[in-house]
Design a protein. Structure first.
Ligand code: FUC
Length: 641
């Protein structure tokens, strides 16, 4: 949109309203106040821009439609524009974008590269866009969507959008208190925070921003959120806006179940299923093995082969790790049909690859993974060379242990594959265990190699602490202590320098039940790895840190990975009073937690499935039998009210 406004406009204000998922712009030019409201509607599949002015006939501007590369064709017709391209010189998808201008007052006429609006009172722009990725003819889709949207008035489009969005957004309410900083613009608050200001409300905003981003980028029937969610800029975004599955896309979905956005997990889960044919072929052609395998990254075209340098490429655990999400969705929902139809078949094939892949260490007789890497990290060999590939990196074993354990549980739940389950049990019994090194840290490799980059951003060998559940206070405190040493060592040597790495560290400290360290790392994320609009920065912008931090804040307040529901496991002193309502625990529970003076005041538990659960707050533990659909209220001493 090109306006012929004067050089300077005043009272400029731009906001993103997280409650409604509506962006607004307002400013004054030539003594006219202009406003814009913009939203992208999931139910109507349309982007809507509404322009108004506080004086009649004040809206005069050009609307252009273009795409980088200058290969798209543009057509204007009345008050509509159509842009089309068969991208990548006819090898990629076909795309079509349509715009319709609905003006109240004034006129719309043809102009260079678009249309011109003159002297209108109010203008609504409707934009639809489609590709043939899912098989439909894009122009037909974009036309259909445009016609349908144009049959509704603006207020109806907006009401439907807000209702649809809030259906997800309003499920969770976090309150960490408010200071006067909340009256300042977000970019100023981020800056003030970097200068040491305390702004709990900004953390609350940041938390909900993470949920907003997932609601807005991951809808059932669509693709999962990529490295930039859906906010990739330009045609060559960093890392091609792909699906890195050696931490990043998993992190994108850590918040899905716990922050009550379970349905929005499905694009990722379905995507894992869609990797099947290629993943089967890679296992067969590259390794001569049955089952499915994917490496460190993939994309919308489902490639699963390694490419690039061994340092990141030669790692056959991408699908095995991702398969954890399939089981997690089941743990939160106990949806047996989903388990049978979607999750279990994918888990089983990924597990089958792992079983075939492992080899026996001829000396210890343990089963080890390899040749493989510890994602993207390097070590020094005895003669001082820098190397990456080894037999038996710890993370691989942790991932395989997780997958095999989950696959056995899923098979048992479905009463399927007794023999296969027995086989997996046998493998688990021989799988190389997690070991503690002479310096008290969890060993990343089978040997204690010297590390060229001791503050490396990947802390892969703590997969068992988070997102896994192999290292817990309840189960193996000695490994927990070693995990702490591992993180401390990484951090003391400059670790946590990328946004996502810092976000992972928040989750680690939450699992270590160290609220202060989790909080300090959350502050560090806001101070060092956050852009003025709250986007996470690697650098550059990468969305995983946003999602990972929202997950981390949730883990500070509620955990359910260790066979019990633990309330406020890592509450920092800075959050003396507050509440979080609507977060979820495994086993089908929604919880409302309120705390005061740094202590649990009350917890309300909605049992969605009627399971019995064990609830822990500090050293107090109770067992709660529940009925499906009933709510239970406990006080700070876990007494039922
Ligand atoms: C992983 C990380 C990089 C980056 C990339 C997209 O491989 O090691 O830091 O985040 O994904």
């Amino acid at each position: 949109m090109d306006f012929s406004h004067p050089q300077t406009v005043t009272d400029y204000r731009r906001e993103l309203d997280l409650e409604n998922a509506v962006a607004r712009v307002s400013y004054v030019a030539n003594r006219v106040k202009y406003t814009r409201e913009i939203f992208s509607s999931a139910p109507d599949q349309v982007l809507v821009v509404r322009l108004t002015a506080d004086k009649p006939s004040a809206l005069t501007f050009n609307v252009k439609l273009s795409r980088p590369g200058n290969k798209a064709t543009l057509a204007a017709n009345g008050n509509e524009l159509t842009l089309q391209e068969h991208v990548n010189s006819g090898v990629g998808v076909k795309m079509a974008t349509r715009i319709k201008i609905l003006n109240e007052g004034g006129t719309v006429a043809a102009a260079a590269n678009g249309l011109s609006v003159s002297n209108a009172n109010t203008v609504t722009l409707l934009l639809t866009a489609a590709t043939d990725y899912w098989g439909n003819e894009p122009l037909t889709t974009a036309n259909k969507q445009l016609t349908a949207a144009a049959s509704k008035v603006f207020s109806q489009l907006q009401a439907e959008h807000v209702q649809d969005y809030q259906r997800y957004f309003k499920r969770v309410d976090l309150n960490l208190g408010i200071t006067e900083a909340a009256y300042y613009p977000t970019d100023a608050r981020v800056k003030a925070m970097q200068a040491g200001n305390v702004d709990p409300h900004l953390l609350q905003l940041y938390y909900q921003f993470g949920r907003y981003l997932l609601i807005s980028s991951s809808r059932p029937g669509g693709l999962p959120a990529n490295l930039q969610g859906i906010w990739a800029d330009g045609l060559t975004p960093p890392w091609s806006a792909d699906y890195h599955i050696n931490i990043n896309i998993q992190m994108n979905y850590w918040l899905a179940e716990q922050t009550n956005l379970s349905e929005l997990h499905l694009p990722f889960l379905k995507f894992l299923e869609a990797l099947g044919p290629d993943a089967r072929k890679t296992a067969r052609d590259m390794y001569g093995l049955q089952g499915t395998v994917a490496h460190f990254t993939t994309d919308a075209w489902h490639f699963t082969e390694p490419y690039g340098q061994t340092q990141w490429a030669m790692w056959p655990m991408g699908l095995a790790w991702s398969a954890q999400h399939l089981w997690e969705h089941y743990l939160f929902t106990e949806d047996k049909k989903y388990l049978k139809d979607l999750a279990y078949p994918v888990m089983k094939e990924a597990a089958a690859f792992c079983v075939n892949w492992l080899v026996e260490n001829p000396i210890t007789k343990e089963l080890v993974s390899g040749p493989s890497i510890s994602p993207e990290n390097q070590f020094k060999t005895q003669n001082g060379n820098i190397a990456t590939m080894v037999m038996g990196p710890t993370m691989d074993h942790m991932i395989i242990r997780d997958l095999l354990t989950n696959t056995i549980a899923a098979g048992k739940t479905l009463n399927q594959d007794v023999d296969f389950r027995r086989k997996l049990q046998g493998v688990l019994a021989r799988l190389a265990p997690t070991k503690i090194g002479s310096d008290g840290r969890i060993m990343e490799w089978t040997e204690e190699f010297a590390e060229p980059e001791p503050g490396h951003r990947h802390i892969s060998h703590l997969f068992g602490l988070h997102p896994g559940n192999q290292i817990t206070k309840q189960q193996n405190p000695e490994l927990l202590a070693a995990a702490r040493k591992t993180i401390d060592s990484r951090l003391s040597q400059g670790g946590g320098h990328t946004g996502w790495s810092r976000a992972w560290i928040i989750n680690f400290f939450a699992r270590l039940q160290d609220g202060e360290a989790a909080y300090q790392n959350l502050l560090a994320l806001l101070r060092k790895s956050t852009l003025p609009n709250l986007f996470d920065t690697h650098p550059p912008f990468q969305i995983d840190g946003n999602f990972g931090a929202t997950a981390g804040i949730t883990e500070m307040l509620l955990q359910s990975h260790a066979g019990e529901i633990q309330l406020l496991p890592a509450l920092p002193a800075a959050w003396q009073k507050g509440y979080i309502h609507g977060i979820c625990a495994r086993g089908g529970f929604d919880l409302d937690l309120n705390w005061e003076n740094g202590q649990l005041k009350q917890v309300k538990i909605l049992s969605k499935l009627g399971n019995t659960c064990q609830i822990r707050y500090g050293n107090q533990v109770i067992s709660l039998k529940t009925q499906k659909g009933k709510t239970y209220i406990l006080n700070g001493s876990l007494q039922q009210l």
